[in-house]
Design a protein around this ligand. Structure first.
Ligand code: GLA
Length: 373
């Protein structure tokens, strides 16, 4: 990063921060409905190095010339480019009373963009660390996550829940992050297993619009359920029996059923891990079936991976992870089994779908940190 910074801007950076991508073990599409989630930080990280710059604009560089840009650090306007995430962090810090000076900002990393591994959360969290540091302010990990989330949600206008930024900022090595999304309370659950991440490399054109549609549907379901039970604050708290007798359409009932049952599965998974048991593969498979049938956010490629992965000896569970409609699936089980199955699965995937999948083995890694000057 230091070399990269010197090549882009000359001189040495004032500070360097890094933040990881994430995979969610279980608890999908419940963060915006008051549910619980259980992500881990992955080995891939994004680094942001910052230093002083002349003039009144901040300058960003991601290595290649065409990835350079500039923005007003206090009142940026949206450009439609990747650095909007960084500009959004700068604006959010200013709005919180920590105006960021104009900076030279170099970005690098190995979180693959567009795969559903939260490359944007990694960028925003690392930027929040580096920019706040340069502005002379020391934020805690939860505040970094808040700043990153507001940058994405308010400035870039991605209607995401709070899971990804919390995971990137707060995860600990060797632990999964048990996050209660209603009040952002967290506990760290020991997790030493390996996870296979398999990217089905689907074009993601539909992802954002479908995500918004699901958010609307869960909001609608909550309004109807509240008309029967006025004290119901979150969809994740609804009783299954209430769903059965409420005047919901079939589609809204299915969406609500996913949210309610998925939150229960997260609690069951946490209980198992806390008791020293492995992550229960059966819960992952139930989660996938619910996402496929009730939430309708799977794809043929994700379904194929889940079915094929669990046919192998030593692989205990698999499911899509992240928003779905393409992107990545995960598989759990013995490390050797995951290691040897991955290339074979990738081969068969190419034959079945005519495109190449990427895969990585990861353990639960550390969240955002300062890497030093
Ligand atoms: C995306 C969003 C998260 C979460 C997941 C689905 O990753 O950014 O907030 O809603 O989808 O669980």
């Amino acid at each position: 990063m230091r070399e990269r910074f010197a090549r882009a801007f000359g001189g040495v950076p004032h500070t360097i921060w890094s933040a990881p991508g994430r995979v969610n073990l279980i608890g999908e599409h419940v963060d915006y409905a008051g549910g619980e989630v259980l992500p881990i930080a992955i080995a891939a990280r994004t680094c942001v190095a910052v230093g002083p710059v002349a003039g009144s604009y901040s300058h960003v560089s991601a290595g290649r010339r065409r990835q350079r840009g500039a923005f007003d650090p206090v009142r940026p306007s949206r450009s439609g480019s990747w650095w909007d995430y960084v500009a959004g962090v700068s604006r959010e810090l200013a709005q919180r009373g920590t105006p960021v000076p104009p900076l030279a900002i170099a970005v690098a990393g190995d979180v693959p963009p567009g795969a559903g591994l939260s490359s944007s959360a990694a960028l925003c969290v690392a930027a929040a660390g580096a920019l706040s540091h340069a502005a002379g302010s020391r934020l805690g990990a939860a505040e970094l996550a808040d700043v990153a989330h507001r940058a994405e949600a308010d400035f870039v206008e991605v209607p995401c829940g709070i899971m990804d930024q919390r995971a990137s900022a707060l995860c600990r090595a060797g632990h999964a992050l048990h996050l209660q999304c209603r009040d952002a309370a967290v506990d760290h659950v020991p997790f030493l297993e390996s996870i296979l991440i398999f990217d089905t490399a689907e074009p993601r054109a539909l992802r954002a619009s479908r995500y918004e549609e699901r958010r609307r549907e869960t909001d609608e379901a909550l309004v109807i359920l509240r008309s029967m039970e006025p004290g119901l604050e979150w969809l994740a708290d609804a009783a299954l029996e209430l769903l059965d007798r409420a005047p919901l359409t079939g589609v809204l009932r299915a969406r609500a059923r996913h949210v309610v049952t998925e939150t229960r599965r997260v609690r069951d998974a946490v209980r198992a891990l806390a008791a020293g048991e492995p992550l229960p593969g059966a819960l992952l498979l139930e989660s996938h079936a619910s996402l496929r049938d009730d939430y309708e956010c799977s794809t043929c490629a994700l379904d194929w991976f889940v079915a094929e992965a669990v046919r192998r000896d030593g692989i205990t569970g698999a499911r899509l992870t992240g928003a779905g409609w393409g992107g990545c699936a995960i598989a759990t089980g013995e490390r050797e089994a995951l290691d040897s199955a991955a290339p074979a699965l990738a081969n068969e995937f190419r034959q079945a779908f005519g495109r190449s999948a990427r895969w990585w083995l990861t353990a639960a890694e550390e969240g955002a940190r300062e890497e030093g000057p």
